[in-house]
Design a protein around this ligand. Structure first.
Ligand SMILES: *[C@@H]1O[C@H](CO)[C@@H](O)[C@H](O)[C@H]1NC(C)=O
Ligand SMILES: *[C@@H]1O[C@H](CO)[C@@H](O)[C@H](O)[C@H]1NC(C)=O
Length: 241
């Protein structure tokens, strides 16, 4: 009798633990609008770029990856968006190829699409473009005189401009040089809730535990990390010297 009870308790314990440590796909609660500085991206990836404005990297739900591998990207479904996509969401490695968009759709879009507001390729990509224009990071920085320059910035100055404007915490990422004399501004994440209202990008404890957002987006991005406050920030201009 005693041993049966012990087994029952053990089993119950096992299922409780299994429930706590396995991660059935949760509904996402936030989207991360990620923008990149092409010059910094290309310094990591050895590409050439003549783009001197922030471009889209992606619109990522905070939960889920590759949610529907049978839902293929089809550029003809977003034909009307393509001119804008090419301008605002360029593939810096393979200009004029739809590969990057296909990758973002497969990895993130199919998960975002669990929300009715984003449940088609057209809705997903047009929402990303809409948020990109609405948040207008390029103007926010330029208006406060944060412009590409050979002079270094203090992270505090950049952070203050961004935080004051959006009123929420964003995530500012840099590529650190080996010698550590400076860090190059590389990527900025702005977060919204399911109603597309700005929210802070801080991770909840639950997200940190479940570790569902993989830091690697595409190869090479492993070199990006949150900018640190003690190193000068380089915001690389297109043409140097
Ligand atoms: C996955 O995508 C396909 C193609 O659009 C669709 O028919 C199917 O219902 C989707 N599956 C799920 C689980 O959403
Ligand atoms: C892409 O979408 C178009 C328009 O709906 C459709 O005609 C075409 O068959 C689709 N292509 C593929 C490969 O699914």
């Amino acid at each position: 009798m005693r041993s049966t009870a012990a087994v029952v308790i053990l089993c119950a314990g096992y299922f409780l633990l299994a429930g706590a440590f396995s991660h059935p796909p949760r509904e996402w609660t936030r989207l991360i609008l990620t923008q990149q500085w092409p010059k910094t991206f290309c310094s990591m990836e050895h590409c050439k770029t003549d783009i001197s404005y922030w471009t889209l990297h992606g619109l990522w739900p905070n939960s889920g990856n590759m949610c529907n591998n049978s839902w293929h990207f089809n550029a003809s479904l977003i034909e009307d968006l393509l001119p804008e996509m090419e301008k605002c969401w360029p593939d810096l490695l393979k200009p004029s190829s739809p590969e990057f968009w296909g990758y973002e759709w497969k990895k993130h879009g199919t998960c975002a699409a669990k929300a009715e507001s984003l449940n088609s390729q057209h809705k997903y990509f047009s929402k990303a473009l809409e948020l990109y224009h609405k948040f207008d990071l390029n103007s926010v920085l330029k208006d406060k005189n944060i412009v590409p320059s050979e002079d270094y910035y203090k992270l505090d100055d950049i952070e203050t401009v961004i935080t004051d404007f959006y009123g929420v915490k964003t995530k500012i990422q840099c590529v650190h040089t080996k010698g550590g004399q400076f860090q190059s501004l590389g990527q900025i994440e702005i977060c919204v809730d399911r109603d597309f209202q700005l929210v802070g990008c801080e991770k909840s404890n639950e997200e940190i535990l479940s570790n569902e957002i993989l830091p690697l987006a595409v190869g090479g991005y492993s070199e990006l990390s949150v900018c640190d406050h003690s190193t000068p920030v380089y915001y690389p201009p297109l043409v140097t010297g």
